[in-house]
Design a protein around this ligand. Structure first.
Ligand SMILES: Nc1ncnc2c1ncn2[C@@H]1O[C@H](COP(=O)(O)OP(=O)(O)OP(=O)(O)O)[C@@H](O)[C@H]1O
Ligand SMILES: [Mg+2]
Length: 226
């Protein structure tokens, strides 16, 4: 398998009230194309910081992030925005749906503005909603959907542009156990069917069973990779 993302000697500090917090301390990690990776650890250990530097949402103080062959640790903001738009699908703990748009429109919105035809966008959004078993709710607004349904909509939105990588920060943090299983199973299905690399951040030990690779973090450091 090809290397999808590689972090080399990555450091990131925050200063707060005179104290220095090492959010990432000499982090090295290799993620292969098509892998399902779980990054697990207690609150404050640096999981979100790591996910953010892996996707170019945040810039490390030192070290390299090689994303699909390109060092993005020093890329321009324009370049990073383009890379995220083309290659990454994001899934959020609080879903981040636009409340004035229907499920279908929320999914379509990823492709606006675009050179694609309106009918092509709609076909793709419908296919994405079908992939996550949410087609029957396509005309519902977020307020009319359950948490699990909202997150399925979030998944459809994350896959419509056929990204290389899906990044999910606590994607089941606001869900009941049944919906949690459904969302994790869907992520696994997407990972297997389309060979999309999936990286899930969670504090829940239980979810590590989904990973091909399990990365355990503590105090800004990677403790183990299995
Ligand atoms: N913008 C910031 N300014 C100052 N400190 C920050 C900032 N972002 C994160 N931190 C600190 O860096 C450390 C790592 O934070 P991070 O959000 O990556 O942890 P986490 O593992 O995602 O935690 P959680 O499970 O609670 O989401 C924490 O001590 C946090 O307080
Ligand atoms: Mg976090």
């Amino acid at each position: 398998m090809d290397v999808m993302i590689k972090a080399i000697d990555v450091n990131k500090e925050y200063r707060r009230a005179g104290a220095i917090i090492r959010a990432l301390a000499d982090v090295n990690l290799e993620i292969k194309s098509g892998e399902f990776v779980i990054i697990q650890g207690p609150t404050g250990c640096g999981k979100s910081t790591l996910l953010n530097v892996l996707s170019g949402l945040d810039i490390p103080d030192s070290g390299k992030i090689i994303f699909d062959g390109e060092n993005i640790a020093r890329a321009t903001e324009d370049r990073l925005a383009r890379l995220r738009r083309m290659k990454i699908g994001f899934v959020f703990q609080d879903f981040n749906l636009i409340r004035t748009l229907t499920a279908l429109e929320n999914v379509e919105s990823v492709l606006w503005p675009t050179v694609l035809r309106t009918s092509e966008i709609e076909d793709r959004a419908i296919a994405a909603l079908r992939d996550v078993n949410l087609l029957e709710r396509k005309d519902h607004f977020p307020v009319q959907m359950s948490g699990g349904e909202k997150q399925k909509c979030g998944l459809a939105r994350a896959i419509i542009h056929r990204p290389r990588v899906i990044l999910a920060d606590e994607p089941t943090g606001n869900l009941d156990p049944e919906s949690e299983k459904e969302i994790m199973d869907l992520l696994k299905e997407i990972n297997k069917d389309s060979e999309t690399t999936v990286i899930v951040v969670t504090h829940r030990e239980k979810l590590t069973s989904y990973g091909d690779k399990i990365v355990k973090m503590k105090d800004g450091k990677i403790q183990s990779v299995k």
